[in-house]
Structure formats: C-alpha cells, structure tokens
Design a protein around this ligand. Sequence first.
Ligand code: SF4
Length: 260
Amino acid sequence: MSKTLDNPKNQHSEICKPQDQSFRASATEYRGEVQPLEDGAIGQTLNHRWLETSVNNIIQEALELWPDLLITSGFNLNGVVLIDQAVKAGYRGKVVFVDTGYHFAETLALRDELQLIYSELDFVTLNANLPDNREYATNPDDCCFKRKIKPLKDYLAKQQPSALLSGRNRDGAETRHDLQPFEAGNPIKVNPLFNNSREELEAYAKKHGLKLNNLYERGYLSIGCAPCTRAVLPGEHVRAGRWPEREKTECGLWWGKLAL
Ligand code: SF4
C-alpha cells in the first residue's frame, strides 16, 4: 500500500502516532546510538510503526525528533514533492544542493525558481569549484566523489545534522526496493516518500501546480549532470537515462561504501 500524500489525517495516523513513552524512548535511543542499531530491533520497530503513516506525518514526527534535520535535493520530481510536503509539515530549514559544475541550465533555473517559491526555506548551493577536466568520461566514480559526495560530506561534517530528509522512493532505483522510511546512520536518513510511486508523485505535483524541471516533460525522468543523463525512452526505467553507457547506476551518495 502506498502512502497518502494529501491527507495527513488519514485512517492510519492515530495508530502510528508515537503516543507512548516507550516509543519516544526508542526514538531517542535510535538517534543516539546509531552504529549498534544498523540492523537492530529499535530501528525495525520504528520503521514498522511508520510503514502505514502519511508522508506529512513522517515529516512532522521527524521534525519533532530531529529538529536540526536538513534536506538534500537535486530538484528532481521527488525532490520537489518533498520540499512542498516538508513546507506544509512546518519545515523551515535548509535545502542543500550540490552543484557539480555539470548540471543542466534547466536544473539551475529550477533551483532559482524554487528559491523564490519557497522563500521560507534556506537554499544552500555547494560547489567543489573544480576545473572542467571531463573526468566523467574516464572515471565517473571519481568525478562523482570529488564533485558531489565530498562537498556534501564536508558540509555535513561541519553542520552535524541529526537527520537528512531524502526524496528517494522504492520505485526510484533497483537499489531502493527495500527502502525504509527511516534508515540508521549518522546522520539518520528519513525517506517520507519511500512507498510512493512515480505516478503518485506526478499526480501530486500536477494537482498542486508544482514547478518541475522543464526537462521532465521531455523524457528526463531522472536528472543528474548533463554529460551523464539522457532522456528515457517509453518503457524504460526512470533511471535508464543516468550513465546510460555504463554499469554505474548511482552517484554514490546513497549507495555503496562512500554513501552518506
Ligand atoms: S554525474 Fe557525471 S558529471 Fe556529474 S559528478 Fe557524476 S560523473 Fe561527474
């Protein structure tokens, strides 16, 4: 069952509210002892309790538990829906974007537009400021590390947020099929859209008139850097256009030994 995007007071919300002290204690413990709980019972319990809640409730409770959380975003469909939902849930913090130097002009324009639309948020752009050495053509893993992973990791090391709000969903990549609403780690990852399909996210964006990347309607369903992204063909997976000529499927922020 996918989760409700528009109805925070859905039928599941009451049973999933952290009403009792034991849940609150568990959540606090989950936050404080990250390493031993990678596959532990407390994380499992937290995820189980949240499995049927709405996106809005997950964000609201994450804000209560980890008020210093921040959003990282590449402003794809999921990211824009997440920002909109987060604002509706009361989020007023940072939206961190890593400018690799190779983004489409449309992506940078969207960032600027979102900055105006969601003026209550603090948009932060990180940039490693590296010269154009075209390393994406010879060593894309290294390119992603230097231009994307390292700048974000360095920033997070300074900011030390307890949690990150991420727009990932299970449909979004083969590596995300088991994605849970909460992932242990330092910082903890909160994935409110984990169980929403692309169709649901599109419907939400359309209903609320959200501003999406102009490339989206041209078949760019997952948009990364320009040299490493093409439009997808009918019937292809949403991420088929990312590093299309390579085995690589992830930049490494969320998957692999260098993941956040
Ligand atoms: S997506 Fe491509 S251009 Fe962007 S950082 Fe990774 S390898 Fe480099």
